[in-house]
Design a protein around this ligand. Structure first.
Ligand SMILES: CC(C)(COP(=O)(O)OP(=O)(O)OC[C@H]1O[C@@H](n2cnc3c(N)ncnc32)[C@H](O)[C@@H]1OP(=O)(O)O)[C@@H](O)C(=O)NCCC(=O)NCCS
Length: 156
């Protein structure tokens, strides 16, 4: 994997400006959507994980800690030049490690169908019957989850 570090940051951290740019560039600009940084990032239940390479934000996800004991992972995004280098996988593994540390038993997400294989490789199973359109992009998504206390196999 490319040299990178993975750091949980506060919603008020100045590096969130880079996060705003990254998630727009990776998740929304390809669909011609206008930039909108209003994501309600500051809730006490929201955690933000960045991948840093050379001090720059090259990957990101956030996780909402839910009262039911689950973690809802959102906005998984890796900068184009760094895609396919292991950053996305490492982000997901760190999200699961954090979820385990704080006592959650399940991680779930709504995955783009185009990324379903990425999460399958990490041991996630699809739990929605049919793909559904996401709120902003309208691209087809499926709900996926992985129980943390199980030994759902990963591909490697
Ligand atoms: C999808 C995404 C997060 C994956 O992160 P990444 O850093 O590119 O992926 P990694 O290099 O960690 O890949 C890990 C493994 O998953 C595979 N993989 C990566 N993207 C995949 C995809 N879209 N579909 C199927 N497999 C994929 C890789 O080939 C690799 O396989 P390996 O274990 O045999 O080496 C990233 O490519 C991305 O940001 N894509 C655009 C935005 C997006 O679709 N985000 C997900 C929203 S749900």
């Amino acid at each position: 994997m490319v040299a990178a570090e993975f750091v949980w940051i506060a919603a008020t951290d100045p590096r969130m400006a880079e996060v705003h740019a990254l998630r727009h560039e990776v998740l929304f600009a390809p669909f011609g959507l206008p930039r909108d940084d209003d994501w309600d990032d500051e809730g006490a239940d929201r955690r933000h994980l960045v991948a840093l390479a050379g001090g720059r934000v090259v990957g990101y996800l956030n996780m909402i800690v839910e009262p039911a004991g689950s973690g809802h992972v959102r906005q998984v995004s890796v900068s184009g030049a760094f895609q396919g280098t292991g950053i996305g996988r490492a982000l997901m593994l760190e999200a699961e490690a954090e979820a385990t540390r704080i006592g959650l038993s399940l991680v779930w997400l709504n995955a783009r169908v185009s990324a379903e294989g990425f999460y399958h490789r990490l041991g996630y199973r699809t739990t929605s019957a049919e793909p559904f359109p996401s709120g902003r992009t309208r691209v087809p998504h499926v709900r996926m989850e992985r129980a943390l206390l199980s030994d759902t196999p990963r591909k490697r």
